[in-house]
Design a protein around this ligand. Structure first.
Ligand code: NAP
Length: 506
């Protein structure tokens, strides 16, 4: 028989979600786990996105684990290299290295109904079995390359923002940037001074607010080190301000009109040409797409070596880029700031559940998971940053930590059940959760704001964002409600509540 390794838990991915899960498992006393990472280093999206200017739009004291505060954040909004270093530090500090298997890309995971475990195969030929899988591959991990006729035959250089080619020198080149999302607007100001000519293909103008970034002073760092409660208080303040904003996004989008005024004056300060201002002014409610922060984007667009084409890229003919409005632009290099596969989570095609269908097939109409974590027919399988756990205005680390609470209780419940057992989300519970989420979604700015965005799937449903406060999600994920699960034992399935009652009666 082929030899393989068995662990209690396999965590897939080593970004914030995967490393956070690993720390939480250790804190729960579980050491029999592995973290499988496809790349050769930890860090997830903060490892992959190394484009010039890459930084986080959420203040660092909030965009970090509550259990691993960092008094030394250099800036209020720290850059990619500092966030990546922080994640390396977390892996070291919490003793995670022995658990991490780098260069282990999961190619398929199948649930074995007889053995009640997952059989995980990796690209390097190893097979690992695990009682429970925590999928922490993240929504921003697989670049979305646009399907543009002729792009494959472009004679120059093409790369995606998340796969930056640091060896390619942009000096004096005719550079085309496709997209105006959070990545592109950070890239443009960094490369504009170098480029001979920069052409920005803007399909939809973003709303851009001023960025209140500054260096964190030595005195502040000293204070946070000497009196850690001051860092906690700072985090609490950053969190509280964002919680107060949630209602405007979820219930009263009209209140966001005031914010549009600030964004418009941010543009007017840098863009004096009324024709360019008109091109850059969005026609949808602010917040419908992610609100972007930059003090450098508009000044860069006002420079004489920059053109803004107000249409998408629709075709490439040799070195000529054709916009959907028919404009033609010559380019030496194309930078694709075209985002990620979010609503069609690629890992889902590699997960085969109890009925032999993939998670992607089970989600073909709509991606949905109980409390953002578990899907019916996929026992002992949990997604970190699963469906409807994204945020429009606050730190995803808060949502991840809520999901880690849920994971910890899930593991405790399995312990309580004892023996060989698995928990499978009941279809009715998943459906009821999803209906509640979608009901609340109806009034939100993401659904009513008059834009299309990566928050919406091909059917126009918002399967990515959480329509509430982070505190509400924290409450919803505090513990596992066994009434929402079936217990699977070898050859029998019954409701979890019934199984626990039977266990107690013994
Ligand atoms: P994105 O927000 O999905 O933006 C993709 C852009 O590509 C959009 O502007 C889209 O236009 C455009 N696009 C796609 N196909 C096109 C075509 N054929 N022609 C022209 N434009 C085209 O991707 P992203 O900028 O990488 O950001 C993704 C997410 O990552 C962000 O929303 C954020 O959550 C995170 N992120 C955060 C930061 C930060 O904290 N500062 C930085 C980077 C990324 P449409 O708008 O018309 O669809």
């Amino acid at each position: 028989m082929a030899q393989h390794e068995h662990v209690r838990v396999a965590v897939i991915g080593s970004g914030f979600g995967g490393l956070g899960a690993a720390v939480r498992l250790r804190r729960e006393g579980i050491t029999d786990f592995l973290v499988l990472e496809r790349a050769d280093a930890v860090g997830g999206t903060w490892r992959d996105n190394s484009y010039p200017g890459c930084a986080c739009d959420v203040p660092s004291h909030l965009y970090s684990f509550s259990f691993a505060p960092n008094p030394d954040w250099p800036r209020t909004f720290s850059g990619q290299e500092h966030i990546r270093a922080y994640l390396e530090h977390v892996a070291d500090t919490f003793g995670l290295r022995p658990h991490i298997r780098l260069n282990h890309e999961v190619t398929v995971m199948r649930w074995d109904n007889d053995e009640l475990h997952w059989v995980i195969e990796t690209a390097n030929g190893s097979t690992i079995t695990a009682d429970t899988v925590v999928s922490a591959t993240g929504p921003l991990s697989d670049p979305k390359l646009p399907d543009i006729p002729g792009l494959a035959d472009f004679p120059g250089k093409v790369f995606h923002s998340a796969r930056w080619d640091h060896d390619y020198d942009l000096s004096g080149k005719r550079v085309a940037v496709i997209g105006t999302g959070a990545s592109a607007i950070q890239i443009v100001p960094e490369i504009q001074p170098k480029a001979g000519r920069l052409t920005l293909f803007q399909r939809t103008p973003p709303w851009v607010m001023p960025r209140m970034d500054r260096a964190i002073s030595g005195a502040e760092k000293w204070l946070h080190r000497a009196l850690p409660f001051t860092a906690t208080a700072r985090r609490g303040l950053l969190w509280g301000i964002r919680e107060l904003q949630v209602g405007a996004f979820t219930k009263h989008p009209n209140q966001l009109g005031l914010v549009e005024t600030i964004a418009k004056s941010n543009m007017a300060r840098a863009i004096k040409d009324p024709a360019l201002r008109a091109k850059l002014t969005p026609s949808y409610r602010i917040g419908c797409k992610r609100i972007l922060l930059s003090n450098a984007y508009y000044p860069a667009l006002a420079q004489p070596n920059v053109d803004v084409i107000t249409s998408g890229l629709s075709e490439v003919r040799g070195s000529t880029l054709v916009g959907s409005d028919g404009t033609e632009t010559e380019a030496d290099v194309i930078i694709l700031g075209t985002g990620f596969h979010v609503t069609d989570m690629p890992i889902a095609t590699r997960v085969v559940g109890a009925d032999g269908i993939t998670l992607a097939e089970s989600w073909k109409d709509e991606m949905q998971a109980l409390r953002g974590a578990t899907a019916a027919g996929f026992p002992n399988f949990m997604t970190i940053i699963g469906p409807n756990t994204g945020l429009g205005n606050s730190s995803m680390i808060l949502m991840i930590e809520s999901q880690l609470n849920y994971l910890a209780d899930y593991m405790r419940q399995l312990d309580v059940l004892g023996g060989r057992a698995a928990l499978d989300a009941r279809p009715a519970a998943v459906g009821a959760w999803n209906r509640r989420v979608q009901d609340r979604m109806r009034r939100t700015v993401w659904n009513t704001g008059g834009c299309t965005s990566w928050y919406l799937d091909d059917n126009g449903r918002n399967t990515t964002v959480w329509p509430g406060t982070t505190a509400e999600f924290r409450r919803a994920t505090r513990s596992v409600d066994l009434g929402e699960y079936d217990v699977v034992r070898p050859s029998v399935t019954r409701s979890a509540a019934q199984a626990v009652a039977e266990e107690a009666a013994r």
